[in-house]
Design a protein around this ligand. Structure first.
Ligand SMILES: [Zn+2]
Length: 498
């Protein structure tokens, strides 16, 4: 047994809204006791000075993309559909080194910004590989961060998935995007099975899941194949549902109902299921998700950056949907700052109407970014709280930082004031990862050199893909908004045929 005692800090209880002075005793990777200051400890306990620190449960990022980190800042005015069109440019030609680096870069950013676990929907072209997923897993393990890694998969390309889009493209572009066709579903499902069988990481630290990326980018048989794998291996399922208006309209065109109703009819909803975004969910969709005990990963930054809209988190909570909060990938966020995501979650709820009683409270936003996200990751009984029996995933904020002067209210300031700059130390699973702003697990100078070399190589390798995007942009950028306009009447929180 190894014991650590964090002495002299104030321990945040989000639900109670308090931050009382307390010491935390950690045994191996688990919190044993949250005791009164100076409480007795085993003789061999290592003492860690947490004086003038606010200790809060590590934030949990319910939705990100490890592959997105090398693509941060590559675009500006991108709708979701333009982002998908840009994928070959910003994510193409990735080597094993790039896959590792991109994920590690994001893990480093998350940890130094107070996030200790994430749900990563990892993409590999043209299909996931056991090696690629192992590299992503190694990237998190090397940083010392907890992660759920879900291969993000489909059996239809974006151009096949959006009704009429292929026909709207001029012939030469049709030929080009035909090359983006995906392998048959059997090949992709076999690749996932292969990766799952060989999974070598401790599942409490780095566990797999499955992510049929967007419902209409997948045949029904493929979605069911993913769900079957998840059942067989006891995994979560994560999908981008009702993210953009184009998606909502496409779902109705294809299924005659919403994407969520369709997924329900396929039998894939349940407590293990996470909807990413859910901007265009209607009340019935939310009720279905709530009844199934499913989660929504709310990504307010990405939803605004891509013009997807403002998700109605109050309506979700009213229907017992488990609410988590995420940043989304750095290719559309463009950072991995969970404090910002919490703050935006609060603000987005507040711009939706004058009835302040429907606004999210800071307590609700903070609970969503900890306990709610933890439940979405399938780790609700292990992370997201500072309490005996929970994993020692603990962030220590510097109470001498201007963010905390004066110290008026711990939860309001955590959500509305903190931006990551007061993060002093971070412990994950009882292991110190960041010690008074010094990252202990990764050589940042070496990471910088490798990342810049990758950027240069990828810019050259994807020059043609960039030109392809520039040719596609005017067509996709006018066709998709048109599709979203007519002939459907879009209600405030959903889409219905007129
Ligand atoms: Zn996403």
């Amino acid at each position: 047994m190894a014991y650590t005692i964090l002495r002299g800090g104030r321990v945040l209880d989000i639900a109670a809204g308090t931050a009382e002075p307390a010491d935390i005793l950690v045994e191996d990777d688990t919190i044993r006791e949250v005791g009164s200051p100076g409480c007795p400890t085993p003789a061999d306990a290592v003492e860690y000075d947490a004086a003038r620190r606010l200790l809060h449960p590590g934030l949990v990022n319910a939705h990100t993309h490890g592959h997105g980190n090398l693509a941060k800042g590559m675009g500006d005015r991108w709708s979701l559909e333009l982002l998908l069109s840009a994928a070959p440019w910003i994510t193409g030609n990735r080597s094993a080194e790039d896959k590792y680096l991109s994920t590690q870069l994001g893990a480093v950013e998350m940890v130094i910004k107070g996030c200790t676990a994430c749900y990563d929907l990892a993409f590999e072209w043209p299909l996931p590989t056991a090696e690629g997923l192992a590299l992503a897993g190694k990237a998190y393990a090397d940083v010392g961060m907890r992660a759920v890694i879900a291969p993000m998969v489909a059996d239809r390309s974006f151009y096949e998935a959006i009704p009429g889009l292929m026909d709207a493209l001029p012939r030469p572009l049709q030929d080009k995007v035909a090359e983006l066709r995906l392998p048959p579903s059997e090949a992709t499902l076999a690749a996932i099975r292969d990766a799952l069988r060989g999974w070598s990481f401790d599942r409490d630290r780095v566990r797999p899941a499955v992510a049929p990326t967007i419902p209409h980018h997948c045949s029904d048989a493929f979605i069911c194949g993913c769900a079957d794998l998840a059942r067989e291996f006891g995994l979560g399922v994560h999908s981008h549902v009702a993210e953009s208006k184009v998606q909502a309209v496409t779902g109705i065109r294809l299924y005659g109902g919403t994407q969520t109703a369709h997924l329900d009819s396929l039998g894939v909803l349940g407590p293990h299921f996470t909807v990413a975004h859910g901007v265009w969910l209607d009340n019935e969709d939310m009720a279905r998700l709530g009844d199934h005990g499913a989660s929504v990963a709310h990504n307010p930054g990405s939803n605004m950056r891509l013009g997807s809209g403002l998700a109605d988190t109050r309506a979700m909570l009213e229907r017992r949907v488990n609410l988590g909060i995420g940043t989304d990938g750095a290719n559309c966020a463009d950072n991995q700052n969970m404090y910002e995501a919490m703050r935006l979650a609060s603000f987005v709820s507040k711009v939706q109407g004058p009835d302040w009683r429907r606004w999210l409270t800071t307590r609700e936003a903070a609970l969503a970014a900890t306990e709610g996200s933890a439940r979405a990751l399938g780790l609700g009984d292990r992370i997201g709280r500072l309490a005996p029996g929970y994993k020692a995933d603990i962030v220590m904020l510097d109470l001498d930082h201007p963010n905390w002067l004066p110290f008026n209210d711990p939860v309001n300031q955590l959500v509305h004031t903190e931006d990551g700059t007061a993060v002093a130390s971070v412990m994950i699973g009882g292991r110190l990862i960041l010690d008074n702003r010094r990252l202990l697990t990764v050589d940042l100078a070496r990471l910088r050199d490798r990342v810049e070399a990758a950027r240069e190589r990828l810019a050259a390798a994807n020059a043609d893909n960039r030109r392809l995007y520039e040719a596609l942009e005017p067509v996709v950028g006018s066709y998709c908004p048109g599709l979203a306009r007519a002939p459907y009447h879009i209600h405030r929180y959903g889409a219905r045929p007129e």
